[in-house]
Structure formats: structure tokens, C-alpha cells
Design a protein around this ligand. Structure first.
Ligand code: FEO
Length: 167
């Protein structure tokens, strides 16, 4: 069984991962509505990845004999100025997720809950990858730029990064 404070924070992380999935799904919808099919494809696939992050936490909690919870999820924004803003927001969001994961790691270490500490190492590595991925997209935007056919090229490049999450 998990300690109450660890369980509470793990359940909050479920909620945040669930929100992440909805956020990226809503962004995919905005991209699709604006003719940005490559970005829509990428964000749609990334939404599935966030659901996998959520399920992984859910299963871990339940395996310990504690109870994973599904809580109310805030509706994500639906309007963006442009594609650059969409990906600036994804990067900001991933930095928030990393902060929360680091807080969880610190908590489990302090509580000597080494099983949860070990479980969370997967998320630590994953956040490193995700921050690098989204920062890389912003860098690509800077390199390609948005002049002329720039937006078309940027969108095409982002589409190539779409990875279908494992089931
Ligand atoms: Fe599950 Fe992108 O953090």
C-alpha cells in the first residue's frame, strides 16, 4: 500500500497526464481546422502517448493495492494565434510536467518509498525526451522560418515526427 501523501500526488499526476492527452488532442483539432495536417498528426499521436503515461500510473497504483482515481479534467484551450504559439505551449506544458515528476521523485525518496521512486525513473527519462522533442520542434521552426512556403515546410517536418504510441 502507498502512503497517503504519495498516493495523493500520484493520483494528481494521473490527472495531469490525462489533461496533457486532452490538451494535445485539442491542439491537433486546431491544427487540422487550420490546414496543418502534419502537426495535427503529430499531436494526435502524442495525445495517445499521454494516455499511455496516464494508464501506466493508473496500473502502478492499483498494483500496490491502493486506488487509482479519475478526477475532473479542465477543458483545454481551443484557440491559438499561430502554430508557433501551439508548440510554445506544448514546451511550457512539458516543463510543468517535468517539475511535477521531479517533486514526486523527491517525495518518494523522502518517504523511503523506493518502489515508487524506482517506478518514477521511467518518467524522469521520458520527460527528458519530451522536453528535447518539443524544444527541437521550436528550433526547427526558427531554422526553416515562416516566410513563403515556410509554414508548409514546418508542418511537413512536424508530421514526420509523429510516432504511434505502443498499445
Ligand atoms: Fe506525459 Fe508529455 O508528459
Amino acid at each position: 500500500m502507498l502512503k497517503d501523501n504519495v498516493l495523493k500526488k500520484l493520483n494528481e499526476q494521473i490527472q495531469l497526464e490525462h489533461y496533457s492527452a486532452n490538451l494535445y488532442l485539442a491542439m491537433a483539432s486546431w491544427c487540422k481546422a487550420n490546414g496543418l495536417d502534419g502537426s495535427a498528426k503529430f499531436l494526435y499521436a502524442h495525445s495517445s502517448e499521454e494516455m499511455m503515461h496516464m494508464h501506466k500510473l493508473f496500473n502502478y497504483i492499483n498494483e500496490t493495492g491502493s486506488m487509482a482515481l479519475i478526477s475532473a479534467i479542465d477543458a483545454p484551450p481551443t484557440e491559438y494565434k499561430d502554430l508557433r504559439e501551439v508548440f510554445e505551449k506544448t514546451f511550457e506544458h512539458e516543463k510543468l510536467v517535468s517539475t511535477r515528476i521531479n517533486e514526486l521523485v523527491e517525495l518518494t525518496f523522502g518517504e523511503k518509498d523506493f518502489s515508487s521512486f524506482n517506478f518514477l525513473q521511467w518518467y524522469v527519462a521520458e520527460q527528458h525526451e519530451e522536453e528535447a522533442l518539443f524544444m527541437g520542434i521550436l528550433d526547427r521552426m526558427d531554422v526553416i522560418g515562416f516566410d513563403g512556403r515556410g509554414l508548409y515546410m514546418v508542418d511537413k517536418e512536424i508530421g514526420k515526427l509523429a510516432v504511434v504510441a505502443p498499445a
